[in-house]
Design a protein around this ligand. Structure first.
Ligand code: GLU
Length: 299
């Protein structure tokens, strides 16, 4: 993987990433990202000729969607109410509705970062929506629709840390940094920054636990994810200024289902203000402003 310097101001044209760093300490009214998300109209008379994944969804009476459930504002499960919320969840619901499926027909399957490709290859899920960066490596096994969001790698530290910004990832040399197995941020650290001590878990919330208890010095992953954790614990945690890498989120699809891929890309391109409504009701609640990225037809 390419070694990234702090690219917030340099190579990323989209003001998106800058906006993300600018608002580290947003405190949403509902940290789980459960604003009033729009209820998308369920499409009628859908026909996706030539999509084996769609055929399977119809056969099963609805889609099985791979998601995250410990990422506030993005993919979150409230264990008390059993309600799922967040930007990725609403994107997943929007896609399902466009395929003719209502909320009660959806089965959600929590799948950790390291297991996403395999779940799609095995046919355990029909599609995946969960902070899933489009990468060439992953494209060897699966396809992506999108991108539908852009962010970059950031760092979460204790609120009483003296650090306020990261100028280079190597600022963490000699420190203990935690991330999720199989994720792009952990790969970046392991491949390019051997002097950083790493701790890995399946899910980021375990890293956050370790940070809160002082077992690690920082958690690293996409800034969009970290902002949600900081908002849940504003007195204990903060996101540092400085973004590294470009993370473009795609919808993970079984390889070769170009019909489904095109359907979702068309939805993103021609969906009017639905994307904005979803964003405003979820991630936007933490005060960040991000624009919808243009779809890349080849994923
Ligand atoms: N977007 C990065 C990735 O796909 C990190 C977030 C995640 O692990 O889901 O690896």
């Amino acid at each position: 993987m390419r070694k990234f310097r702090n690219i917030a101001a340099a190579t990323i044209a989209a003001g998106a990433l800058l906006a993300l760093t600018a608002c580290n300490s947003g405190s949403p009214s509902d940290p789980a990202g459960g604003g009033d998300a729009p209820e998308p109209d369920v499409a009628e008379d859908v026909a996706l000729e030539g999509s084996p994944t769609y055929d399977r969804m119809v056969e099963n009476g609805g889609p099985t969607i791979g998601v995250k459930e410990d990422q506030p504002n993005l993919g979150y499960l409230d264990v008390t109410t059993q309600e799922r919320s967040g930007f990725d969840i609403e994107i997943a619901r929007w896609i399902a509705a466009s395929l003719g499926f209502s909320e009660d027909q959806i089965t959600y399957e929590p799948i950790a970062s390291a297991n996403r490709e395999q779940a799609l290859v095995n046919g355990d899920i029909d599609y995946y929506v969960g902070t899933y960066s489009i990468t060439d490596n992953r494209k060897e096994q699966i396809d992506f629709a999108g991108p539908y969001f852009e962010t970059g790698q950031g760092f979460l530290v204790s609120a009483d840390s003296e650090m306020t910004e990261v100028t280079d990832v190597s600022d963490f040399n000699g420190m203990r940094v935690c991330s999720a197995t199989g994720s792009t941020p952990i790969q970046n650290i392991k491949e390019n920054y051997p002097e950083i001590e790493t701790t890995e878990y399946d899910i980021y919330s375990q890293c956050v636990e370790d940070l809160l208890s002082g077992k690690v010095d920082a958690v690293t992953t996409d800034a969009a994810i970290l902002i949600g954790y900081a908002a849940q614990n504003p007195d204990e945690l903060k996101v540092l200024d400085g973004l590294f890498t470009e993370e473009r989120y795609g919808v993970g699809l079984p390889k070769g289902d170009t019909v489904l891929q095109e359907h979702i890309n068309t939805l993103f391109t021609e969906g009017g203000d639905e994307w904005q409504k979803i964003f405003d009701a979820t991630l936007g609640q933490s005060g960040i402003t991000v624009e919808q990225p243009a779809v890349d037809p080849v994923g």
